[in-house]
Design a protein. Structure first.
Length: 123
């Protein structure tokens, strides 16, 4: 049986995607620390928790299950992988695409305060 797009994303292993994120940002002159800062901002997880997820082979479903999404995450907009992130109806898929979008912005050289939506008013 073929898994649908959302099921495939849910069962992807975070620790297998992380090195791809890292390679993408390092190729553009950004650092592992910056990548980890973006991940921590979005998920509310500590560095140790992120590393534990990588070591344990957590799926994206497990990874985001333990996350406490940043209140400004909904300010992440735009197109990633052909999908407009603010219009994705599956909550987990949307969270993964938020992360993809942040990694993309980091790789494109966007300023960290813009990526982390820190100039947005707190609501």
């Amino acid at each position: 049986m073929m898994m649908n797009h959302d099921e495939r994303i849910a069962t992807m292993i975070f620790g297998k995607v992380y090195p791809l994120y890292l390679a993408k940002v390092e190729k553009k002159g950004r650092t592992k620390d910056e990548l980890n800062e973006v991940i921590r901002w979005l998920t509310g997880l500590t560095e140790e928790q992120v590393q534990t997820h990588i070591a344990n082979g957590s799926t994206f479903a497990d990874f985001f299950e333990s996350a406490n999404l940043h209140p400004n995450a909904s300010l992440i907009t735009g197109v990633i992988c052909g999908y407009r992130v603010e219009e994705i109806s599956n909550p987990l898929t949307q969270k993964v695409r938020y992360l993809d979008k942040l990694v993309d912005e980091l790789a494109k050289g966007r300023k960290m305060e813009k990526i982390l939506r820190s100039d947005a008013p707190n609501t």
